[in-house]
Unconditional design. Structure first.
Length: 382
């Protein structure tokens, strides 16, 4: 049924699957598999509507239901797991709870009413888990965006870099089809927040993420810990903190890889930071990608996806000059904007938000703007 929750049923007996599908197909989009590997492939299929519930038989050749549901939890954590078993094995039940986080048990033969009631409860559990995750994601991203927007007006050069990192991270995660990519995007933004503690002269030199001297290098090396101290005060950001804590300076020598326990998100953000540092020092994007490849600290797949995600530099023909009246929310600045008194208002690379737009228009009406406004001539962001 189109639009209905998807339910995956796994059993090595085709006649059992026929019965399960017959009982459930009126209310659910039912998928079936007779082999564990086939079921796990369906769970991990990219670009498909997520599976709400998986119902697995306990005893199958080559892999038990407990093993299948444990793998299912790793592949699709939000999918609710139900175990179908022919005997009330206490040890099997304990293993299923501890390893597979099973939501419910069903004993064979299972009355249709019990099956329907269990799958309905499992589908509702999936809906609640997804709703909580989506609410948490939207709430945290909204809070972080508001915080970074406010700080960006106080330190435009500093938070321009945070914006660049966040946007490139977003594009890269889309290429890699990373689940919960919002956590890596927040880490890209908030990883820079410790820089507000730096002296003004150091801030002016750090846009590229590459220190000018030993003192700058020591201060930049402490930024992940400073950012972690800030993030520790915000609940439910443990995964973000883990990504930030594993970040290394972009100028380290030799360019050693991250710690073996670093999560995938930390590798993604580190690659983005190193690429950004190379490009904003003046290196062409293609040469920056070649440099990252030669360092061999990242997998070829990650470097290739980063190359596809796009360079930081914008061709001259993609830059357009506009007036303040034509500036709109979503425009990306191709150059810094100063007041007539020489005050830096917004740095290149920043995306215009409502607050930034109001600020620039206020300065235009009072003190005036020193230079024209150059934007990246690309479609406005939705």
């Amino acid at each position: 049924m189109a639009g209905s929750p998807r339910v995956l049923c796994l059993d090595d007996e085709p006649y059992v699957l026929d019965g399960l599908k017959r009982y459930l197909r009126a209310d659910y989009d039912v998928l079936t598999a007779t082999q564990p590997r086939e079921a796990l492939e369906l769970l991990g299929a990219a670009g498909q509507e997520p599976i709400a519930v998986v119902v697995s038989d306990m005893r199958m050749p080559h892999m038990t239901g407990v093993d299948v549901l444990e793998r299912a939890r790793q592949i699709s954590p939000e999918t609710t797991r139900v175990l179908l078993t022919g005997d009330a094995d206490v040890n099997g039940a304990v293993a299923a709870i501890n390893q597979g986080n099973v939501f419910r048990f069903l004993l064979k033969p299972c009355p249709p009413e019990d099956l329907k009631a269990t799958v309905a409860a499992a589908a509702e559990q999936n809906r609640l888990v997804r709703a909580e995750r989506e609410l948490l994601e939207a709430t945290l991203k909204g809070c972080v965006d508001a915080l970074m927007d406010t700080l960006g007006m106080a330190q435009p050069a500093l938070f321009s870099r945070a914006g660049r990192l966040q946007r490139l991270t977003q594009r890269l995660c889309r290429r890699l089809e990373i689940p919960d990519a919002w956590q890596i995007e927040i880490a890209a933004q908030m990883g820079e927040i410790g820089a507000i503690t730096l002296p003004a002269e150091t801030l002016a030199r750090m846009e590229s993420g590459v220190p000018a001297n030993t003192t700058d290098a020591e201060m930049l090396a402490r930024l992940p810990q400073l950012a972690d101290n800030v993030l520790a005060r915000i609940p439910r950001l443990e995964a973000v903190r883990e990504i930030v804590r594993h970040q290394l300076p972009t100028d380290r020598s030799p360019m050693s890889p991250l710690h073996k326990d670093a999560p995938l998100g930390a590798w993604i953000l580190q690659a983005v930071r190193e690429y950004d540092a190379l490009v904003w020092r003046g290196m062409p994007p293609d040469l920056a990608i070649a440099t990252l490849s030669a360092r061999k600290t990242f997998t070829p797949e990650l470097v290739h996806a980063l190359a596809e995600a796009g360079g930081m530099r914008v061709p001259r023909e993609a830059v357009r000059e506009i007036g303040i009246d034509d500036l709109a929310i979503g425009h990306e600045l191709a150059d810094d904007v100063y007041s007539t008194k020489g005050m830096l208002l917004v740095s290149r690379g920043q995306v215009i938000t409502e607050r930034l737009l109001v600020r620039l228009r206020n300065y235009e009406m009072t003190t005036g703007l020193k230079n024209s406004i150059l934007i990246v001539d690309l479609p406005l962001r939705s």
